[in-house]
Write a protein that binds this ligand. Structure first.
Ligand code: NAD
Ligand code: UDP
Ligand code: UDP
Length: 354
């Protein structure tokens, strides 16, 4: 029998084959907690090539061990406060110590990472954006308008910054919409981080306005999940490690301060949604301690201990915009997410389930 295959499609559809090149994505801070989960998700797409740049200050190669030697993956040890020359299509800029213990350990380095590091990544975005712009221009001579638009679509350079809810400081508006300008202490011990991120956001917008760089900014709220540093002092990792070790859970006074917790897979989905452009619960720290006690170790004690200065009293994101524009909302509840993290902490701490 003769084949009844249809004849090959005429252009423009056939031409598009030439341009189905891989997207090369840079992830700064990709060896860290959120970064490594983002890399896992990006690597699932066979059209993505991922380059991670990290100085391993708080991150670790271990978080990326399954990708080392993969043909679509590269890991570069580099400090982003130094200029970086790579050719990429998209930049997820996460590099920055995120836990108070680490960013307060070297505040000058933290602010340099936020300011000079972000400036370097924007300079990089500007340079590769211009280069790709020229390539689009040359090729456009030979191809149809459809291809031209398609090329722009796949080659258009974008940079996404992971900012933080800390830009709101100790918020006077609750919950916090993107339009809220914040209530931040410029000279406190957290300032290297929160003012640093505020300058990083300013740089992003100035490069957008002045140089036409496509930007995305995600103000991340407290995120938890496997691969968090066990002893980085953040509340969920502290409580889980304490519960597993049978130590009292340290609720910092007064225990009524609130946070909204996002499981890391929801965070990664949100970041990718935001880059591609196409409800959170709120808990007091005492409620979080009680949930960890109930789910992980009912025998563990809960102690009230002294707090650190400038601790925000309440925090909850207003995610109306993300819901409306991105159709994104967190899916993993705290009660479902904590046991997933417990499993990871158990294996790393070598504490088996009773
Ligand atoms: P993390 O500390 O696990 O990851 C940060 C990564 O950046 C680490 O791998 C670290 O080694 C790397 N890094 C730090 N300084 C660097 C430098 N100068 N050059 C190169 N690499 C450097 O933190 P995370 O929790 O994964 O946070 C990732 C991003 O998300 C950060 O920008 C953070 O500010 C933001 N964020 C996180 C949270 C959260 O709850 N985890 C909340 C708000 C914002
Ligand atoms: N930069 C970088 N990689 C690049 C291009 C620029 O790290 O591929 C750095 C550059 O060293 C500079 C910063 O980004 O410190 C800002 O670059 P931009 O071109 O905007 O400013 P200029 O170099 O004119 O100061
Ligand atoms: N916290 C606590 N016990 C701990 C660590 C933190 O009660 O062992 C409290 C802390 O006072 C703050 C909240 O948990 O109110 C969140 O602290 P974290 O350092 O995790 O994040 P951030 O303050 O940056 O939101």
């Amino acid at each position: 029998p003769t084949s009844s295959k249809p004849p090959p499609l005429p252009s423009p559809l056939r031409f598009s084959k030439y341009f189905q090149a891989n997207t090369r994505i840079l992830v700064t801070g990709g060896a860290g907690f959120i970064g490594s989960h983002l890399v896992d998700k990006l690597m699932e797409n066979e059209k993505n090539e991922v380059i991670v740049v990290d100085n391993f200050f708080t991150g670790s190669k271990d978080n990326l061990k399954k990708w080392i030697d993969h043909p679509r993956f590269e890991l570069i040890r580099h400090d982003i406060t130094q200029p970086l020359l790579v050719e990429v299509d998209k930049i997820y800029h996460l590099a920055c110590p995120a836990s108070p213990i680490f960013y307060k350990y070297n505040p000058v380095k933290t602010i340099k990472t936020n300011v000079i590091g972000t400036l370097n990544m924007l300079g990089l975005a500007k340079r590769v954006g211009a280069r790709l712009g020229n390539a689009v221009h040359y090729k456009s001579i030979y191809i149809t308008l459809v291809h031209w638009l398609y090329l722009i679509e796949i080659l258009w350079n974008r940079i996404l910054l992971t900012s933080t809810s800390e830009v709101y400081g100790d918020p006077l508006t609750h919950p916090q919409p993107e339009t809220y300008w914040g209530n931040v202490n410029p000279i406190g011990v957290r300032s290297c981080y929160d003012e640093g991120k505020r300058v990083a956001e300013t740089l992003m917008y100035d490069y957008h306005r002045q140089h036409g760089i496509e930007i995305r900014i995600a103000r991340i709220f407290n995120t938890y999940g496997p691969r968090m540093n066990i002893d980085d002092g953040r509340v969920v990792s502290n409580f889980i490690a304490q519960a597993l070790r049978g130590e009292p859970l340290t609720v910092q006074k007064p225990g009524t301060q609130t946070r909204s917790f996002c499981y890391v897979s929801d965070m990664v989905d949100g970041l990718i949604c935001l880059m591609e452009g196409k409800n959170t619960g709120e808990f007091t720290m005492m409620e979080l301690a009680k949930t960890v006690k109930e789910l992980i170790n009912p025998e563990v004690e809960i102690n009230m201990v002294d707090n650190t200065p400038d601790d925000p009293r309440q925090r909850k994101p207003d995610i109306t915009k993300a819901k409306e524009l991105l159709d994104w909302q967190p899916r993993v509840t705290l009660r479902d997410g904590l046991p997933l993290m417990e499993e990871d902490f158990r294996s790393r701490l070598g504490i088996s389930k009773r």
